[in-house]
Write a protein that binds this ligand. Structure first.
Ligand code: UFG
Length: 328
């Protein structure tokens, strides 16, 4: 019989793609989501349980009903800029929400937990390429909240029979090549969908946030990873846990950094259209450069990023972007 996996945030961008990958790997993803930023229409690969992570009794109910083999925790507030404006909300919803979920997991005697962490836990660093052992000094409340959850998982693993795989994502982009799923935030804050909107005339122009960073062209550098590659790593992480290999942290990026201007150029080339843009101020909380080393995921998990070139990510996002979006 297929095993169930509770997927918090499974109605969101990355969580919904993870459900598709879990389903393809023979698991039943049970989506737990409050639809605050996720979409009911994105739940296509297993049961949906509406609920809020701040409601512990609802969580216990869902665990009792589905008896999961593992938990994948995607649900979170995830906007760097927003986290600087309202840090309390990030600490409450992300950290207290995760605490409830981890406690419910332990109470249900479920032993395997996969957690979406972020490169924002590293903060501003001199190292050319970040590894899992780089110091973690977040410069925004979003990164701070995720770092706290990493610590929480370590403490719970020390005390209880719970192993975790922690993935520190770099910049996730692209969409399901079948265009059944894609990135759809309201409001949108991420670079590539905003750029595609500007190209399509759905907004007047893309604003480049800061042109005076200490990078070759003055704009921020990020490491973009395709959402399909990212969720493949999650399935491998789950198998790692089920093989009783213990708790482990993995960076997920490609090791290649692209500036905002590079992404603009690639979008122009892929869509064959001009990108209307204006030059603006820096956005508070942004690091100048975040690039990953993913040697550990490649060597230990056998992860093989297949679609994570800038052109492929933009092409897949573009195909989805011209489709319909989702409804709640
Ligand atoms: N950017 C612009 N204009 C925009 C939007 C973004 O110039 O309208 C720039 C940002 O300043 C940044 C880059 O494009 O330099 C990427 O910005 P995104 O908002 O797309 O992504 P972030 O790097 O801010 O955030 C992403 C994830 C977070 C993660 C973070 C780590 O969304 O979950 O990377 O920095 F934590």
């Amino acid at each position: 019989m297929s095993q169930t996996v509770i997927v918090s945030g499974g109605a969101g961008y990355i969580g919904s793609h993870a459900c598709k990958a879990l389903n393809a790997a023979g698991f039943i993803p049970v989506v737990f989501d409050n639809l605050s930023t996720g979409w009911r229409d994105a739940v296509q690969f297993g049961p949906f349980e509406e609920g809020d992570l701040l409601d512990r009794s609802r969580l216990d109910e869902v665990f009792a009903k589905h008896n999961p083999a593992a938990v994948m925790h995607f649900a979170a507030l995830s906007q760097v800029g927003d986290s600087m404006k309202d840090p309390g909300r990030y600490w409450r919803e992300n950290v207290v929400g995760a605490l409830n979920l981890i406690e419910a997991t332990v109470a249900a005697e479920c032993r395997h937990f996969v957690f979406s962490s972020t490169c924002a836990t590293y903060g501003e660093q001199d190292a050319v390429t970040l590894t899992e052992d780089s110091p973690q000094i977040p410069i925004n409340a979003y990164g701070g909240s995720k770092l706290a959850i990493e610590g929480m998982l370590r403490d719970f693993s020390a005390r209880y029979d719970l192993d975790s795989v922690i993935f520190r994502y770099f910049n996730v982009a692209g969409a399901d090549p079948d265009a059944e799923l894609g990135e759809f935030h309201q409001p949108e804050t991420h670079l590539i969908p905003l750029m595609l909107d500007a190209i399509e005339g759905k907004r007047p122009a893309l604003t480049i946030f800061g042109t005076d960073y200490p990078t070759p062209d003055g704009t921020c550098i990020r490491d973009y990873v395709h959402v399909m590659d990212l969720v493949d790593a999650h399935v491998l992480g789950l198998k790692w846990l089920q093989a009783d290999k213990g708790s482990r942290v993995f960076n997920l990026g490609t090791g290649s950094g692209f500036s905002v201007r590079d992404v603009v150029e690639a979008s122009r080339a892929v869509t064959n259209r001009e990108v209307p843009m204006t030059l603006g101020e820096r956005r508070p909380g942004d690091c100048s450069k975040l690039v990953s080393g993913s040697a550990r995921a490649i060597e230990e998990l056998g992860w093989e990023p297949k679609r994570s070139t800038l052109n492929q990510m933009i092409a897949d996002a573009w195909r989805w972007h011209q489709g319909k979006g989702f409804a709640r």
